[in-house]
Ligand binder design. Structure first.
Ligand SMILES: Cc1cc2nc3c(=O)[nH]c(=O)nc-3n(C[C@H](O)[C@H](O)[C@H](O)COP(=O)(O)OP(=O)(O)OC[C@H]3O[C@@H](n4cnc5c(N)ncnc54)[C@H](O)[C@@H]3O)c2cc1C
Length: 459
């Protein structure tokens, strides 16, 4: 029984937002039914994205619909608002929201008052002021980016196949990835593997014609799987003719030329930026305490330090790692922590509302698995190191067990089974991004989309 009526506002519908709301739905079932508790989730998209599946979605092994979880279906006892929190005034327990209707209504942003706040907007790509980056590069954090990139890569193969100009062909077949964490390495590994397979169906594009380049500023890649497995991954990628450049930075990609700190220059139409994440800017638009790195200062109970009735977890939160040997360490921004923190967070809000003591979040990082393409992978989990097929298989089993809802597990498994029986998909459906183009032409409007005018180089 809760002590008084509580309106819980969850900002963000990703790992933390969705799992916290799910936990609260379960823990506060009676209270929700009686109307003693209300849960509102505010998030820009009506779905939660299972980001570890984005590289497989880019490779075409999983369809985009199945890497996302529909929030309205799973959070059926919550109110889901598709919109963005643009400011938080926690002293007044008020969030400022914009929704898809805000502009049309013309009445400005709306204010939502709450009693308990869960702030979980995740992170955004950490970019640097590199010439050309904002105009030409693409990130790899959303399902739109993953599918856009898949279409773009295949389209570059189509451009290369149809041009007689060697400079255009060369630029089209050069793919530069910046950042050697799991997002960059997995995206590159899966897309290169997909493109290599797709090349079989082109009369004039061979896998050797393509240049795949991984640029990493430090002296190692995939720190998540440990130094030894990171070195193995470098060897494996180089064996596949992927140009891995360690201790190297992207200095410019202006005029569609990637200039590296080692002096190399690559004309290219594809620069993928996966060089880390930083906290979401909404945190700075709140009156809540932040660390030097801009994450929310949190306690091990997942409350926000120094204030009451405010909670956070995941990429946005600096949570003390109570399992670390040296003091002052924070839990890393990854899904492994986000999911587990969300469970403790949901439980702790229920405890707080019932006047019970709070639990401490404690989880020792168990390692990581990464896929490097079909039947290729690397893993270092619970002290066990695996390479190649066994690691790839473990990656699939692990993520199948983790992807939320039975519905998504069944659909992903069905897709994997079918793709094992049939050939891989090899078409670019980039035109889906411009559904009116043909009709506009027929109706005498502006000419259909010209890929050379697209700042990201995709069409
Ligand atoms: C390609 C890729 C692969 C990855 N693979 C792994 C892996 O194998 N293992 C692993 O442990 N981790 C992995 N991660 C990291 C992991 O996905 C993140 O650590 C995790 O998603 C963090 O959860 P979160 O809830 O904090 O943020 P998110 O899941 O990003 O959720 C944040 C949510 O908040 C919403 N939001 C943003 N701004 C606002 C606003 N103003 N108002 C309302 N809502 C807002 C966003 O739209 C989003 O829905 C991967 C990440 C990427 C990009």
């Amino acid at each position: 029984m809760v002590k008084e009526r509580a309106r819980i506002l969850v900002v963000g519908g990703g790992y933390v937002g969705m799992y916290t709301a799910l936990r609260l739905q379960r823990k506060l079932k009676q209270e929700l039914r009686r109307g003693d508790v209300e849960i509102t989730v505010v998030t820009p998209d009506p779905y939660m994205t299972y980001q570890p599946f984005l590289p497989e979605a880019a490779a075409g092994s999983i369809s985009p619909r199945h890497v996302v979880v529909p929030l309205r279906r799973v959070l059926d006892h919550c109110t889901v608002i598709i919109g963005e929190a643009t400011a938080i005034d926690h002293a007044k327990r008020t969030a400022t929201l914009t929704t898809l209707a805000t502009e049309e209504e013309g009445t400005g942003a709306r204010q939502l008052t709450y009693d308990e706040l869960v702030l979980a907007p995740g992170s955004i790509s950490r970019t640097l002021p590199i010439p050309g980056l904002a105009d030409h590069a693409i990130g790899f954090k959303t399902v739109e980016e993953a599918i856009g990139l898949r279409n773009h890569v295949i389209e570059q193969m189509d451009i290369a196949s149809s041009t007689r100009d060697p400079a255009i062909r060369d630029a089209a077949l050069t793919f530069v990835f910046v950042g050697g964490g799991y997002a960059g390495v997995e995206a590159l590994g899966e897309l290169e593997d997909m493109a290599r397979y797709t090349a079989r169906y082109y009369h004039n594009v061979q896998p050797e014609d393509m240049k795949w380049i991984l640029v990493e500023a430090s002296d190692r890649i995939l720190p998540e799987v440990g130094a030894e497995m990171g070195r193995y991954t470098v060897t494996e990628l180089r064996r596949r003719n992927i140009d891995v450049r360690l201790n190297t930075r992207l200095e410019s990609c202006a005029d569609r030329i990637a200039v590296l700190s080692d002096g190399a220059r690559f004309p290219t139409r594809t620069v993928v930026w996966t060089a880390g994440v930083k906290p979401h800017p909404i945190l700075a638009a709140s009156d809540l305490p932040l660390t030097d790195r801009g994450r929310l200062k949190c306690t091990a109970e997942l409350t926000i330090e120094g204030v009451t009735h405010a909670w956070a977890a995941g990429d946005a939160a600096a949570v003390p790692d109570v399992t670390a040997d040296e003091p002052g360490k924070e839990t890393a921004p990854n899904a492994q922590h986000a999911v587990r923190q969300a469970k403790v967070l949901g439980d702790n809000i229920a405890h707080a509302l019932k006047g019970e003591p709070l639990e401490t979040y404690s989880h020792k990082y168990v390692g990581s698995v990464a896929s490097l393409g079909l039947h290729k992978g690397v893993a270092h989990v619970y002290g066990r190191k695996l390479k190649g097929y066994p690691a790839w298989f473990m990656h699939r089993v692990y993520h199948l067990s983790r992807v939320p809802t039975f519905n998504r597990k069944a659909r992903v498994l069905a897709e994997w089974t079918l793709s094992g029986l049939f050939k891989r998909e090899i078409v670019s459906l980039g035109s889906l991004e411009h559904p009116r183009a043909e009709f506009e032409l027929a109706a005498g409007g502006k000419p259909p989309h010209d890929p050379t005018n697209d700042p990201k180089g995709s069409s």
